[in-house]
Ligand binder design. Structure first.
Ligand code: FES
Length: 619
């Protein structure tokens, strides 16, 4: 054997010793040999990498296998991800059984209630973490474990941008609790019980015992909130098992089997054509996702997330916008009877066959040529699935002929007050008369102003008023808080008023309901925003049928108010203004990056430089 002969005794190449053969370049772009750290000497880089990973006990044989990364988003601050350690074990079993080497690694984990100012503020940070760690590390494919509201969007955004094969794995919904024999679950019931407590209908002792039952197990919120919506949307994109991937409970054995299968799928994807997300996901995949979003009465937050995800995809960005969501809505009935639009919980949806039942029902409205993680088209996947409907199915997933709501569960409104759009979950309105309504604005300049005055007996408001909350947009209150569910003023609540037309530039929890218009773009903090100059007493016209939201104020008066506001913002700025739109140029750290780079809600609140189009640098 000469000094360059790295063959084994049987004549086959010895991949382990060839790693040290200086006369042969390292050509492999998979597994441990991919993405080498730069030291100026590739062989040394690989030598060093092996030195360190052997400290963990790996053999050369194990290190020759394709590497499947598993993103570990466990955090003691994230109860929606409490089952991640068990899921990782199950994924590893699937990867090993299929001939891959599983390696888990962490990224940040974001939970709704433990993220200040908001979880949305951190979504883009998590997507950057996800993208860069997938790109930086020697992984051939990645199982991305997420569940809580912002984690799945962040992972899809990062995964598409990194463009290595990825398989999402959802942590799964929690199961419902019980209060005096009535099923309850986070977080639609959190809000309804809190509203009853505020109105004096529930006493202190009862609200304390309700607090014990709203989240009885780990897992994501058990209604069709943002987390469940994003799980269903991910399945509709062709990235999850239709039967159980989106809906099986976090604490179920089915969830562990989904995880094991995700490990197998990740290995199988390595041999598949179109396995990278920028190839696997097409415009049709996203149109299917929007159809499902409308049919489940999904969270308004998902509209923002979908726009951000779409705008990460170089071949789809620019071909779908908010108007596409509205157009698809007009043809799509609301079929899934889950809170907050309906009455049931995610476990009921799962027992009714989950996304498989829904996709079969929606089949005439779907693009069946869309690809899926299996290598089959959606049509082929549905054809090869069991055809029998689950006995319980139609109690939860209505037929196209007998829907819960005829169409347009989510609508997009335009008008002088929202030239780039505003979003409303019409199906969650508790007083449908308000969908065609005009009333006097009762304006709160920001959340603090609202907190100070909303329950004042002197508030100039009646049941026909339109409650307006400004400065909760992406920049105005960084992170665009879920404060769009403006509470009913206490004096009206005590008169039995349960719903009013409410508008803001903020978001609302997917678990909430009411006649609420959100995501007004451009936001009020933008000094050119018409929404920013709405005043108490102005008339606001909401015409959902014609998709209009108008400020009924003379154009010249609107221009005068905008000019005056700009003048005062600039003059105050030179003496130390707190106008976020002006001051953001000087803010340090991640907050400064966020405020300068975040785009508006209709584009997804992503950072401009992360979108497929990338940054726009003026010369
Ligand atoms: Fe995590 Fe609701 S708080 S899904």
């Amino acid at each position: 054997m000469d000094s360059h002969d790295t063959s084994k005794a049987d004549g086959s190449p010895d991949v382990h010793s060839s790693d040290y053969d200086l006369s042969r370049p390292i050509t492999s772009t998979s597994g441990l040999r991919s993405g080498l750290t730069s030291y100026g000497d590739a062989h040394f880089s690989l030598f060093l990498r092996k030195v360190f990973i052997k400290a963990l006990g790996y053999s050369d044989s194990a290190l020759s296998l394709p590497i499947i990364g598993i993103i570990n988003t466990y955090s003691s601050f994230n109860p929606c991800h409490s089952n991640v350690p068990q899921l990782i074990e199950s994924v590893k079993r699937g990867v090993l059984a299929s001939g891959g080497l599983p390696v888990d690694f962490p990224t940040i984990s974001v939970h709704e209630s433990f993220s200040s100012p908001t979880s949305m503020y951190l979504r883009n940070l998590m997507s950057m973490d996800t993208e860069e760690m997938i790109k930086a590390q020697p992984v051939d494919a990645v199982v991305m474990i997420g569940g809580c509201d912002k984690t799945v969007p962040a992972q899809l955004m990062g995964g598409i941008s990194a463009n290595k094969p990825v398989i999402p794995l959802i942590t799964g919904p929690m199961i419902p609790g019980s209060v005096e024999g009535v099923r309850v679950g986070a977080c639609t019931d959190c809000r309804s019980y809190w509203a009853k407590y505020r109105a004096g209908d529930v006493d202190l002792e009862d609200i304390m015992s309700v607090n014990e039952e709203l989240a009885p197990t780990g897992g994501t919120c058990g209604v069709m909130g943002t987390a469940s919506t994003m799980a269903c949307v991910t399945a509709a994109l062709g990235l999850l098992d239709l039967r159980a991937g989106a809906t099986s409970a976090a604490v179920s054995s089915a969830r562990l089997r989904v995880a094991e299968q995700a490990g197998r799928n990740a290995v199988a994807m390595l041999k598949m054509e179109h396995s990278r997300p920028q190839d696997l996901l097409t415009r049709e995949s996203f149109l299917n996702a929007i159809t499902v979003l409308q049919a489940i009465g999904g969270s308004t937050n998902a509209v923002v997330h979908l726009m951000a995800i779409i705008n990460r995809h170089p071949k789809v960005a620019g071909t779908i916008d908010l108007s596409t969501i509205d157009e698809i809505g007009k043809k799509t009935p609301l079929l899934v009877d889950l809170k907050p639009s309906g009455d049931n919980y995610m476990t009921d949806f799962h027992n009714a066959g989950g996304m498989l039942t829904l996709m079969k029902t929606l089949r005439p409205l779907l693009h069946l040529n869309a690809r899926t993680y299996t290598g089959q088209t959606l049509g082929e996947l549905l054809d090869s699935s069991p055809s029998k409907l689950f006995p319980y199915a139609r109690q939860i997933v209505r037929s196209l002929e007998g829907p819960l709501y005829p169409n347009s569960s989510l609508v997009v409104l335009y008008g002088n007050v929202c030239p780039n759009g505003a979003v409303m979950k019409a199906s969650a309105s508790k007083n449908r008369k308000l969908l065609q309504h005009s009333g006097r604005a009762c304006v709160f300049e920001n959340s603090a102003d609202m907190a100070r005055r909303i329950d004042s007996p002197d508030l100039d408001v009646d049941a026909d008023s339109v409650l307006v909350l400004k400065s909760i947009g992406p920049v105005g209150n960084p992170g665009m808080p879920e404060a769009g569910l403006i509470p009913i003023p206490q004096k009206l609540g005590r008169q039995g008023v349960t719903d009013m037309l409410r508008i803001s530039d903020g978001r609302m929890s997917g678990t909430a309901g009411g006649t609420i218009i959100l995501h007004i773009a451009p936001e009020s903090a933008d000094l050119d925003s018409v929404f920013g100059v709405v005043e108490t007493g102005d008339r606001i016209v909401c015409d959902v049928e014609n998709r209009k939201l108008l400020l009924d104020v003379d154009e010249h008066e609107i221009s005068r108010r905008i000019a005056e506001r700009k003048k005062s913002a600039q003059s105050v700025s030179s003496s130390g203004s707190r106008e976020p739109w002006v001051e953001r140029a000087h803010v340090r750290g991640y907050r400064g990056l966020y405020e300068r780079e975040v785009n508006q809600a209709h584009l997804g609140c992503d950072f401009g430089f992360l979108t497929a189009q990338g940054p726009t640098i003026s010369q």
